[in-house]
Design a protein around this ligand. Structure first.
Ligand code: GLY
Length: 393
């Protein structure tokens, strides 16, 4: 080949090579963005939830909102990364605003997301016994929603009448982490509830190809399955991307906490179903079956949840080839999320843009959403630990 053409090709390649992804670079970015958000917030009773497409300001919510634990969680992760006590103090103060949730009647299953992402991380990093007390109370509150006939937690008490019975959503799997934690910290009944919820959900919530329904409605008195449907997905029979992500994350954590091989097998099956639907892509459309694809919006939050979960799953799987497969996929997803296409800088102070919250409701579509940020920074920290040869916890 002509030397000038060769040099031209080399130069072109160099120009188009994406900057190398490292978790450290991405975590530095997260720290800068979180500082910019923190500077914007009017007070500790205002928690950032989402920023609309092309918007610059956070929609703020109070501690009762289901997303309230994610901002304190982001702050704990920034503290874990920077070791700077200014971040710890912020994380602590925001976390404590959620305390009433632990002592009031359970509004719904989200108390697990709310308290565990905030104070759960706080306890993990500080061993502050006041967090321990509040987390145990929160787990007892969550446990009041368990229905032994159905064998699952009632996700939405407010929707029992409308849905015609005891309802359980796949998202509820994440809240088992609080119950497992309580099981190890003096409340063994919480462990039993978590195992039963996971086992029942494994039997009732999935199709033969291991994709999941969003909602299963049970007869409150007999525990019989009445119907399977969606709430946030495209259709009852479609695969809502974030729902499948919750399932991957949920069964991975169930194996971590129980060491029951059935959960490890299942975590791989639900992960494989997601990856098979994803194909060569890295960030899914909000629902794998939306008829509008490729015009449908994507969901960066599903990618962030999945990447974080796959990193953990890669540490559990003993088959080296499979473990590497999950690890490589997770790294590719985090690297993609760390490109200007998905990062928010230049637009607003969130970490990520292009998530989809509730498409059928017309809300938070192609938006920056705080739970995407939470699982993104969690995934980056997990990756950094693994690269250094450390365990992820
Ligand atoms: N748990 C609600 C959601 O994933 O949007």
């Amino acid at each position: 080949m002509n030397i000038r053409i060769t040099i031209g090709i080399l130069l072109l390649t160099a120009c188009h090579t994406a900057p190398t992804f490292t978790p450290q670079k991405a975590l530095d970015y997260c720290t800068r963005q979180a500082a910019a958000t923190a500077a914007q917030l009017p007070g500790y009773d205002s928690l950032p939830r989402s920023i609309a497409t092309n918007g610059t300001r956070w929609k703020l919510v109070d501690y009762k909102d289901w997303t309230s634990g994610f901002w304190p969680g982001v702050l704990w992760y920034v503290y874990e990364y920077t070791k700077d006590t200014a971040w710890k103090n912020k994380a602590d103060t925001y976390s404590r605003t959620l305390t009433p949730l632990a002592y009031n009647k359970a509004y719904d299953h989200d108390i697990g997301f709310q308290l565990y992402c905030s104070m759960g991380n706080g306890y993990r990093l500080t061993h502050d016994t006041s967090y321990r007390r509040i987390l145990l109370a929160a787990a007892d509150t969550l446990a009041t929603l368990f229905n032994p006939k159905a064998g699952t937690i009632l996700s939405w008490p407010r929707n029992v009448q409308q849905l015609g019975g005891h309802n359980t959503i796949i998202d509820n799997m994440i809240n088992l982490e609080l119950l497992f934690w309580a099981g190890k910290n003096g409340s063994p009944h919480c462990y039993d509830i978590a195992v039963q919820h996971a086992t029942t959900t494994m039997h009732n919530h999935f199709r033969p190809d291991h994709t999941c329904y969003h909602v299963v409605v049970y007869d409150t008195l007999t525990g019989q399955v009445l119907r399977r449907q969606t709430h946030q997905g495209y259709a009852d029979n479609s695969v809502w991307a974030r729902g499948q992500s919750w399932a991957i994350y949920g069964y991975t954590l169930c194996y971590r906490e129980t060491h029951q091989p059935q959960f490890l097998t299942f975590a791989q099956q639900v992960a494989d179903a997601y990856l098979q639907r994803l194909g060569e892509e890295l960030i899914p459309y909000w629902d794998f079956d939306d008829a509008a694809i490729p015009q449908a919006p994507r969901d960066a939050s599903a990618a962030a949840v999945t990447a974080s979960a796959l990193l953990e799953l890669s540490t559990q799987v003993t088959d080296k080839v499979k473990s590497k497969h999950y690890y490589d996929k997770a790294v590719a997803m985090l690297a993609e999320l760390s490109t200007p296409r998905w990062q928010s800088s230049g637009y607003n102070t969130a970490l990520l843009q292009h998530s989809t919250g509730h498409k059928p409701n017309g809300s938070e579509i192609d938006a920056a959403i705080i739970y995407a940020d939470y699982y993104y920074i969690e995934g980056l920290l997990r990756l950094q630990k693994l690269q250094k040869g450390n365990p992820i916890f």
